[in-house]
Design a binder for this molecule. Sequence first.
Ligand code: ACO
Length: 337
Amino acid sequence: MKAEMSTRTVVAGTGHYVPPRVVTNRDLEKLMDTSDEWIRERSGILERHHVDDGVGTSDLAVEAARRAIADAGIDPATIDLIVAATLSPDHYFPGIGVQVQAKLGLGPIGAIDVRNQCSGFIYALSVADQYIRAGTCKRVLLVAAEVQSSNLDFSDRGRDMSVLFGDGAGAVVLEPNEDGGGRGVLSTHLFADGNFVPQLWMEKPSPRDRPTFQTAFFDEGRFFPKMDGRQVFVNACQRMPEAVRAALAANGLAIEDVDHLIPHQANDRISLMVAKGLRIPVEKVVRNIDRFGNTTAASIPIALDEAVKAGRIRPGDLVALTAFGSGFTWAAALIRW
Ligand code: ACO
């Protein structure tokens, strides 16, 4: 999906929000047979944020959206589309896009929900990018948010998953680049292989079961997310570099041209393997999983916002995004900042 027209999608503002409650590895030691050392060595995570009871994904998304809107300095009434990415909507249906719209007090604009898990932000960016480049929309609010902590198995049975994930949200305001310059999204590249559905999924609830909600499923832990860690590791380390290479090739660019690589913060060992696979200096890789854990769709926009606000990403820089997750799905995008 390479931009053929002169209009490109630019990021006019960024924002992120995480709930205030910090959960350290030591806190998790009290709940299950794990250790700070194991979690640090295997994932690079030191702490993550968890919501308190009653706080949902749309609440985090709205806070991140408000910050991105303020950063862009725009009137929210001028937003003409919402694209929302999450695997943890407040409700089985509808998605969070409409809740974000209502909580921000926006008019009856469209609200699209994207369900691509850890690849959700880049998939959602590709959707928003098409609307802007086609001239259909002038200002898109893209939010990615997750509340994972309320459905993780904090017993020994679920320790491989539950230590990894955190709650949080990131958002960007997207607009057309009207000045005809080179700034903006150069291209987005989406991939999927549905043969790997059971390797990273939340199997239940499923409407295939009658009734959908069965006590036996609870007892068997089948309402919790599950992962084949080895398959995820091997595929993530292979697929993210492939996606970045595809994006670079599509734009006639080389890895040396990339100023910042923002991989989905799945696991710091995966991020380091992706850097190694691409032969990109680790100093160019944005890594913040130590403080947030894996926030799934929200991890890239949180990292992006931090890097921009820290002055690390500057005008003219080439930013590469890449993600891998449940599906399996994977993706990459290049942005000239
Ligand atoms: N604390 C302590 N021990 C743990 C924990 C924990 N939280 N979780 C698992 N273990 C134990 C396992 O039970 C196992 O014990 P055993 O040897 O007695 O059976 C041992 O640690 C090894 O665990 P494995 O995961 O099986 O590790 P393995 O040596 O097979 O290596 C690998 C696999 C590649 C390290 C893999 O587990 C891994 O790290 N995968 C990455 C998955 C990941 O980070 N996904 C990110 C989320 S998904 C996404 O965002 C795309």
